[in-house]
Ligand binder design. Structure first.
Ligand SMILES: NC(=O)C1=CN([C@@H]2O[C@H](COP(=O)(O)OP(=O)(O)OC[C@H]3O[C@@H](n4cnc5c(N)ncnc54)[C@H](O)[C@@H]3O)[C@@H](O)[C@H]2O)[C@@H](O)CC1
Ligand SMILES: Nc1ncnc2c1ncn2[C@@H]1O[C@H](COP(=O)(O)OP(=O)(O)O)[C@@H](O)[C@H]1O
Ligand SMILES: [K+]
Length: 476
């Protein structure tokens, strides 16, 4: 499991560790890891031109000490000081001793244009808001330059805890982060500014709960529901799909396609698209009676393509088994009916649907994914899977939010959300907890999207078909 911790937790762990170590030891660990990453990126350090962008805090100190290490290996290193009187004293002295030079911000843009590497030590976890005005032209020059950009701890200007970006921020090719990932490195829009991320251990002991968790292959493999020798189709779980309409039969077909690949032993379909479902998937158990009379299921999926069929949504919400609510179902569900449920509920909105539920603009949700997912989970007392460039799954009781690492923008294709809801519903029926079902489904769906696309556009049915390959890859 990859984890990310809040700034508050990182600060507390740093304090504990610093109290036990000689002064400056932690910063030397950070600088040594940073210099090594810069050297790897440069390939040849000797003779290279390195520009350090140095702010007034310890983030700038890391950059200065790393710059000193590179200067000792023969790089030409210039530090651009944003606040010369407040730059880290020890770091500055170390850089000067190693033969590095120092410059103010005048002329910095030309230096950046000629550099092989720009190290962004403007601001780290001490940052508030977007970049300050004097730093903006430097970030812009770095973005224009051919130099590789390495961010120290975080790209300056992004919010470490939320992943929000308010105003200008540095765009890095690589971020070297210390001790632990910060939430902003894993959640868009900030994630996009970070480039690839390298974690340098500095010995922090993080006792508190993580803010974010990202499942890895082994975590997913441990959660996948596998049939035992004594399994039969009912013991593996039956998932009910209440989806589709005369107008949108395809949503039903795609939700069933996902559900058949999710580990439940049988898929039961109720709704007006039974003919289309059976034509494509003859193994589906179909019923033209309402959800309550359709026969026992261990979990329901309701909503994809149901149009305005509020009665079906309301009926499913009274079920005493886990229910996944998606698409039209999110619009039609009575908030009180969701909140009043005793069995688990998993809601799977995209940003537009989440915005409608929260009563804000879509852009607000996209700018603040983490808080939006948490807020929805709390308001509805449900697990919430927020889809999009970063897929998050928040539990109803707070705690670490799951962030999916496998997504690909090839998944932004009509109907792929229907496949996801069928898949997640199937995992719920097989017995996974709501947060696990959502995050395992997002993981498999993301991998399936990558496998199906392989660099070319795909349709949602291709994604469904690739889910089996995603399972095999995870279990390998
Ligand atoms: N304390 C330590 O021993 C260690 C610190 N570490 C480094 O220290 C950093 C945190 O250092 P600090 O607490 O000094 O804080 P930062 O260096 O992140 O930022 C604080 C300074 O930046 C300025 N600032 C705040 N917001 C800004 C903005 N939006 N634009 C421009 N300037 C802004 C503030 O005036 C303040 O002087 C970490 O991110 C990490 O890089 C690491 O070296 C690990 C060890
Ligand atoms: N930019 C993106 N990067 C990664 N995944 C994305 C992106 N945009 C959409 N997705 C994924 O594609 C799927 C689309 O679902 P949804 O928006 O419900 O579409 P539909 O309603 O057409 O099925 C979701 O799994 C979502 O997370
Ligand atoms: K930085």
């Amino acid at each position: 499991m990859r984890t990310a911790y809040s700034v508050e937790t990182v600060r507390a762990a740093e304090r504990d560790l610093m109290a036990r170590l000689p002064e400056g030891a932690l910063m030397q660990r950070a600088a040594s890891g940073l210099a090594a990453a810069c050297a790897d990126l440069l390939g040849r350090v000797y003779g290279s031109r390195v520009v350090l962008l140095v702010g007034s805090g310890d983030n700038g100190g890391d950059a200065l000490y790393a710059g000193a290490r590179l200067a000792r290996r023969g790089a030409g290193v210039t530090a651009v000081l944003l606040s010369p009187e407040r730059a880290h004293t020890g770091g500055l002295a170390a850089l000067r001793r190693a033969g590095g030079t120092v410059s103010g911000t005048g002329g910095a843009e030309e230096l950046i244009a000629r550099a092989d590497l720009v190290v962004d030590g403007i601001v780290g976890i001490g940052g508030k808001g977007g970049l300050r005005a004097e730093a903006v032209p430097l970030a812009e020059a770095a973005a224009r330059a051919r130099a590789a950009v390495v961010a120290v701890d975080l790209p300056s200007g992004v919010d470490a805890d939320s992943g929000q970006v308010n105003g200008a921020a540095v765009r890095a090719d690589l971020t070297v982060t210390f001790g632990t990932h910060k939430p902003g490195l894993l959640v868009d829009p900030a994630r996009e500014y970070a480039g690839s991320v390298r974690l340098v251990g500095i010995g922090l002991e993080l006792a508190a709960e993580a803010e974010l968790e990202a499942l890895q292959h082994t975590d997913v493999a441990a959660l996948l529901p596998l049939p035992g020798a004594e399994s039969d189709k009912y013991r593996r779980g039956v998932v009910g799909i209440a989806a589709g309409s005369a107008r949108y039969p395809g949503a039903a077909v795609l939700a069933v396609a996902g559900a058949l690949r999710g580990g439940a032993g049988a898929v039961r379909y109720v709704g007006p698209a039974a003919e289309a479902v059976i034509a494509r998937f003859p193994e589906t158990l179909v019923s033209d009676r309402g959800p309550r009379s359709a026969g026992r299921v261990q979990a329901w999926v309701v909503g994809p393509g149901v149009g305005d069929d509020a009665a079906t949504v309301a009926e499913v919400l009274t079920a005493d088994v886990p229910v996944l609510v998606d698409a039209d179902g999110l619009r039609l569900a009575e908030p009180a009916a969701v909140r009043g449920r005793a069995a688990p509920t998993l809601m799977t909105p995209h940003a537009g649907e989440a915005a409608a539920l929260l009563g804000v603009a879509r852009e607000e949700v996209e700018a603040a994914r983490l808080t939006s997912a948490r807020e929805l989970a709390e308001r509805y007392g449900a697990a919430v899977l927020l889809k999009g460039s970063t897929t998050l799954v928040a539990g109803p009781g707070g705690g670490a939010v799951r962030v999916n690492a496998t997504g690909t923008s090839w998944l932004a294709t009509a109907g792929s959300g229907d496949v996801l809801s069928g898949l997640a519903g199937s995992l719920l029926a097989a017995g996974l907890r709501a947060v696990d079902a959502g995050s395992v489904a997002a993981y498999l769906h993301g991998l399936a999207g990558r496998f199906a696309a392989d660099g070319a556009p795909v349709g949602a049915h291709d994604v469904a078909e690739a889910i089996a390959a995603a399972w095999r890859d995870v279990r390998d």
